[in-house]
Ligand binder design. Structure first.
Ligand code: ACO
Length: 402
C-alpha cells in the first residue's frame, strides 16, 4: 500500500512508497508484463514466440527500434555490430590492472564506463548519430569485454574477435578458445545461450533499468548510464541471484542434501537464508521465462553431457516449495534465475560469470529504455522526494561543551 506522508519543510504532500512497489516512474511502449497471469511480451510479441523463433540480435533490434527488422535491416544491423567488436588496444590494458580474483561484474562496469573516455565522438545524448554509434558500439563490445573479464580470471591470453562469426559464437570463442588454435563452436550451445539472452533482453522498470533511466535523466551519456545499470544488476537480489542459486544448491548438497531442513530454515526466516531464485516483485505466478528455461534445461544439459546432481536438487526444491503453504500464500514461484545458473555451469562458465551473462542479455533492454527516455518530451530529471524524520533545527555546540 501507499502511505501518504507530509513533508516537514514545505507545504506539499508527497507519496511515500518504499521500493516503488506502486509508483510508475514512466510510460513505456517496450515491454508488457502481466504479473498475475505470468505474461511477458516485447513490443507486443510473446516471449515464448521470440524465444523459439527469433535470435538475440533480431530481438535486440526489435526492442531498440520497435519493429522486427526486414532481412536487409537485419543484415545491415548485424554487419554494423560486427565492425565494432574490437576494443581499443589501450582499453585492453585495463584488464591487467585488476586483481586476478576480481569479480567480473565490477570489471565489466569499469570497462563500460571507460568506453566513454575512448569513444568521445558518440557521447551527445541528443545527437541521433552519436546515439546510434554508442548503441552499436555497446552491443558489439560488451561480449568482447565480458570474454576478456573471464580470460582474466582464468589467467589465459585474450583473443581478438573473429567477425565472421555471429555475436554469440564470437563470445563463446573469445571465452573458451585459445589464440592460434581452432575452436569449433558447438551449435547447440550457441543456440541455448542465444535463447537465454533473448529471455533476459528486457523486463521493463526493474532495478537496473530504472537505474539506467535515472542516470540518463541527468543527460549522462549512454555508456556511463549502462555502466550504472551493470552495477545495480550485480546485487544478489537482482541479477546476482543466478550466482546465489548455485551457492545455495551447493550448500544444501554439502549439508547432506536435506531439502526439508533447508525449507524449514527459509520459513523460519533465518537471517540470510532465502530461497534464492524464488519470488518476484511483479510475477505472482510462474515467471514465464523460468518456464521456458526449465523446459530447455533438461535437453541442454543432456546434449552437453552434463548430469548435474544440483539440477535434481533444484527440481526437488521447487516441488517442495510449490506445495508448501509459506510459498503458496506469498505467491512465490521460481524466477528466471532459478535454472539459468545450472545451464551456464554446464556450458563451462564459472559461477562468477553468471551475472555477466545476464548483463549481455539485458543490454538491448537498457539501451532501448534509455533511448525511449531521452526521446520522450515528458522526461524530467529523476529526483524523488523524501519524508524527513531527522532532528528539527538545533544549535551548534562547540566541541569542549559536548
Ligand atoms: N525466499 C523466502 N521468502 C521470500 C522470498 C524468498 N526467495 N522472497 C520473498 N519472500 C517472502 C518475504 O520474506 C516476505 O514474507 P513476509 O510477508 O512474511 O514478510 C514475502 O515473501 C514478500 O517478499 P518481499 O521481500 O516483500 O517481496 P519483494 O517484492 O520486495 O522482493 C525479491 C522480491 C527481491 C525478488 C524477493 O522475492 C527475493 O529476495 N527473492 C530472492 C532473490 C532472487 O531470486 N532475486 C531475483 C529476482 S528476478 C531478477 O532480478 C531477474
Amino acid at each position: 500500500g501507499v502511505e501518504i506522508g507530509k513533508l516537514l519543510s514545505t507545504t506539499g504532500v508527497v507519496t511515500l512508497d518504499p521500493g516503488f512497489t506502486n509508483t510508475g516512474s514512466t510510460t513505456s511502449a517496450i515491454t508488457y508484463i502481466d504479473g498475475d497471469a505470468g505474461i511477458l511480451r516485447y513490443r507486443g510479441y510473446p516471449i515464448e514466440q521470440l524465444a523459439k523463433q527469433s535470435t538475440f540480435i533480431e530481438t535486440s533490434y526489435l526492442l531498440i527500434y520497435g519493429e522486427l527488422p526486414t532481412e536487409t535491416q537485419l543484415a545491415n544491423f548485424t554487419s554494423r555490430i560486427n565492425r565494432h567488436t574490437l576494443l581499443h588496444e589501450d582499453l585492453k590494458r585495463f584488464f591487467d590492472g585488476f586483481p586476478r580474483d576480481a569479480h567480473p561484474m565490477p570489471v565489466l562496469s569499469s570497462a563500460v564506463s571507460a568506453l566513454s573516455t575512448f569513444y568521445q565522438d558518440s557521447l551527445d545524448p541528443f545527437n541521433p548519430e552519436h546515439v546510434e554509434l554508442s548503441t552499436v558500439r555497446l552491443l558489439a563490445k560488451l561480449p568482447t569485454i565480458a570474454a576478456y573479464a573471464y580470460k582474466k580470471t582464468v589467467g589465459q591470453p585474450l583473443l581478438y574477435p573473429d567477425n565472421s562469426l555471429g555475436l554469440v559464437e564470437n563470445f563463446l570463442r573469445m571465452s573458451f578458445g585459445f589464440p592460434a588454435e581452432p575452436y569449433d563452436v558447438d551449435p547447440k550451445l550457441a543456440k541455448a545461450l542465444d535463447q537465454l539472452f533473448i529471455l533476459h533482453a528486457d523486463h521493463e522498470q526493474n532495478c537496473s533499468t530504472s537505474t539506467v533511466r535515472l542516470v540518463g535523466s541527468a543527460h549522462a551519456n549512454l555508456f556511463v548510464s549502462v555502466a550504472a545499470g551493470i552495477n545495480a544488476l550485480f546485487g544478489p537480489l537482482h541479477g546476482g541471484a543466478n550466482e546465489a542459486v548455485l551457492q545455495m544448491l551447493g550448500s544444501i548438497r554439502d549439508d547432506g542434501g536435506d531439502i526439508d531442513k533447508f525449507v524449514q530454515r527459509v520459513k523460519a526466516k533465518e537471517p540470510g537464508v532465502k530461497l534464492m531464485g524464488f519470488g518476484h516483485r511483479v510475477y505472482k505466478n510462474y515467471d514465464p521465462r523460468a518456464a521456458i528455461v526449465k523446459q530447455t534445461a533438461d535437453g541442454i544439459l543432456e546434449s552437453l553431457g552434463a548430469n548435474d546432481e544440483l539440477l535434481d536438487l533444484a527440481k526437488q526444491l521447487e516441488e517442495v516449495a510449490l506445495h508448501d503453504d509459506y510459498f503458496i500464500q506469498r505467491k512465490l514461484y521460481p524466477n528466471v534465475d532459478f535454472y539459468t545458473g545450472l545451464i551456464y555451469k554446464a556450458m563451462g562458465f564459472p559461477t562468477k560469470m553468471f551475472t555477466v551473462l545476464f548483463a549481455i542479455g539485458r543490454l538491448p533492454g537498457w539501451i532501448a529504455q534509455w533511448r525511449e527516455m531521452i526521446q520522450d518530451p515528458a522526461t524530467k530529471i529523476g529526483r524523488p522526494r523524501q519524508v524527513y524524520t531527522g532532528y528539527t533545527a538545533r544549535d551548534y555546540v562547540p566541541g569542549d561543551n559536548r
